[in-house]
Design a protein around this ligand. Structure first.
Ligand SMILES: NC(=O)c1ccc[n+]([C@@H]2O[C@H](COP(=O)([O-])OP(=O)(O)OC[C@H]3O[C@@H](n4cnc5c(N)ncnc54)[C@H](O)[C@@H]3O)[C@@H](O)[C@H]2O)c1
Length: 278
């Protein structure tokens, strides 16, 4: 097969004339991604359970000259997910980018997600329903529209927790690990039709969810185990999502990209050994 010639230019990184959906767009990483995709030229459907929050972010995008539509969605509800995809097509004429970003970060759910022996099936099922089944349904409804446009890019928000074991949050972690498999399966099944599917695996990112769910002392431990001088910001994830959505990443698919300041790149004993050597 002949490989089409191309040159890198500003348009390689541009998302002009693309249509994107971001779930969890009202807060944290999702909000930052909405702003970044819009700044790169995409029309953005800000989708969230929090309808007021989605409207507020859509308003921010419009105030900056972007095209935006706020859509309430419940990732636990299949009809609501189908309606979210239909809204993108109805309002903006098609769909090119899906950022499956939202997860259920309700503090009560997070607190109840502990060691396996203590885990209830309700906690397990809710994590799977929102964090894994929701993104799968997003793919199911988005892919046919993307294929109609000649392809598209799906970016799932996984987590460092989905790549390791931990003493807490086994259900959350397993749901995020499942997203890695969903990512690879979508990439394999629809790659020849122009669909790329990748995941970003954030490390510790300063968002409202982090403040609500992780005690300050634990955050200090994460800082010690991060190779960069600071923790992550939502914009660090948004920048990688924009790259993965753009033609600059047209040969990148089926990958789980850690964006974690090196949290998982070092020996597990690093922080302790550093302390020993003063
Ligand atoms: N913050 C971190 O340190 C971190 C680390 C690793 C992975 N992540 C992942 O990044 C993603 C975004 O996290 P964040 O920190 O920005 O969280 P956040 O709590 O700031 O935002 C999550 C958004 O998802 C929405 N949401 C929750 N349940 C929903 C549902 N059923 N349907 C639709 N929307 C729903 C919330 O209303 C909220 O606006 C999540 O998938 C999370 O697991 C975050």
């Amino acid at each position: 097969m002949a490989i089409p010639k191309s040159e890198l230019g500003p348009e390689t990184f541009s998302l002009a004339n693309r249509v994107a959906i971001v779930t969890g767009g009202a807060s944290g990483i999702g909000r930052a991604t909405c702003l970044a995709l819009s700044a790169a030229g995409a029309a953005v459907v800000v989708a969230d359970l929090n309808a007021d929050g989605a409207r507020k972010v859509a308003g921010e995008l419009e105030a900056r000259g972007g095209r935006a539509h706020a859509q309430q969605v419940d990732l636990g509800d299949e009809a609501s997910i189908a309606a979210m995809v239909e809204a993108a097509v109805r309002v903006f004429g098609g769909l090119d980018i899906l950022h499956n970003n939202a997860a259920d970060s309700d503090p009560a759910l997070m607190a109840a997600d502990g060691a396996i022996v203590d885990l209830t099936t309700e906690v397990w099922d809710r994590n799977m329903r929102i964090n894994l089944r929701g993104p799968m349904l997003g793919c199911k409804y988005a892919i046919p529209h993307m294929i109609r446009r000649g392809g598209g890019s799906i970016i799932n928000t996984s987590s460092a927790s989905g790549l390791t074991g931990d003493v807490i949050r086994a259900a959350y972690a397993a749901s995020k690990a499942g997203l890695g498999s969903l990512t690879q399966n979508v990439a394999v099944q629809y790659g020849k039709q122009g669909i790329r599917c990748n995941a970003v695996a954030p490390g510790v990112i300063a968002t409202p969810a982090l403040e609500a769910n992780v005690p300050k002392a634990a955050v200090e431990v994460y800082v010690e185990n991060t190779l960069t001088p600071r923790l992550g910001r939502p914009e660090d994830i948004a920048a990688v999502v924009v790259f993965l959505a753009s033609d600059a990443a047209s040969f990148v698919t089926g990958q789980i990209l850690s964006v974690d300041g090196g949290l998982l790149a070092h020996h597990t004993a690093m922080a302790g050994i550093k302390r020993l050597s003063g």
